[in-house]
Ligand binder design. Structure first.
Ligand SMILES: Cc1cc2nc3c(=O)[nH]c(=O)nc-3n(C[C@H](O)[C@H](O)[C@H](O)COP(=O)(O)O)c2cc1C
Length: 251
């Protein structure tokens, strides 16, 4: 992962656990260790005023594009949304879904769950909290909408009699790579999926062609606060030998 210009840089990188990389027009920048990046890529929904430079955003996408996808079809598209009026429209559509998400949770449901869905008439309580990124969407340094061309997906569970999951696997690794690549440069962000629930309304605003789907709306910027201790379950809690109900894998 460490790329450097010469032997002395390599030695410095080994000693400090970081390195610098030089990438053409994008310049030289510091890199973090991969494991550190993976363990500290938190969801950040509030950003400082500091802009994201075009070079930094380019580098994020230039790293993210190495994500795998079924058949290497790379069906992603990224729309960088800079028009404040368009941002507001997308945020308002998203905010209505956030409200529904909170309402389902308040009624004791796992929000938007496909197996045990909340009833359509779930009550919407008063005083629900605003989503911080959507509330201030005009001030988010960069707002990306990731879409995918469904016509290039290979969806191996397409014909099973259950909720389909495989299609997302050709696009969310790319989305995660965006967040990891951002963190690698000291940027942060959050993946939101609210907008997909409003795809019929959002699609014409974005000029989305038929056969394409909205995957995520991602805010990126310099974090107001960067959490570094993420709450995640231990390996033993989700890894077993031979069967799902087998012995936990541990060392
Ligand atoms: C598929 C997916 C969809 C998500 N959708 C949203 C979203 O719509 N809005 C949001 O604020 N966060 C969203 N998140 C972020 C999660 O809330 C976050 O990953 C989780 O709470 C863990 O928080 P942490 O990364 O800060 O530890 C999403 C994450 C994933 C992986």
């Amino acid at each position: 992962m460490v790329v450097s210009d010469g032997p002395s840089e390599s030695r410095r990188a080994l000693a400090t656990g970081t390195s610098e990389r030089s990438v053409g027009v994008a310049g030289t920048f510091a890199l973090m260790e991969l494991s550190e990046v993976m363990r500290t890529t938190a969801s950040v929904r509030a950003f400082t005023d500091e802009p994201v430079t075009p070079e930094a955003l380019y580098r994020v996408l230039d790293d993210a594009r190495f994500a795998g996808s079924g058949g290497n079809k790379q069906g992603w598209h990224v729309t960088i949304v800079r028009d404040p009026a368009l941002r507001r429209q997308l945020a308002d559509l998203s905010a209505s879904v956030w409200e529904r998400y909170l309402a389902e949770a308040a009624a004791g449901y796992r929000s938007f769950n496909p197996i045990d869905p909340a009833p359509a008439d779930v009550p919407v309580p008063d005083g629900l909290s605003e989503h911080p990124m959507l509330a201030g969407v005009e001030d988010v340094p960069e707002l990306l909408v990731v879409t995918v061309d469904l016509r290039v997906l290979a969806v191996l569970d397409r014909d099973l009699d259950r909720f389909s999951i495989i299609g997302g696997a050709s696009i969310y690794p790319f989305v995660q790579n965006i967040l990891l690549a951002a963190r690698n440069q000291g940027l942060s962000g959050v993946l939101t999926t609210f907008l997909t629930a409003k795809e019929p309304e959002a699609a014409p605003l974005l000029g989305l062609p038929d056969g394409h789907a909205i995957v995520a709306m991602i805010g990126l910027g310099h974090p107001e606060h960067q959490p570094t201790k993420l709450k995640r379950n231990p390996v033993e809690s989700f890894t077993t030998i031979d069967r799902i109900d087998g012995e936990p894998f541990t060392i």
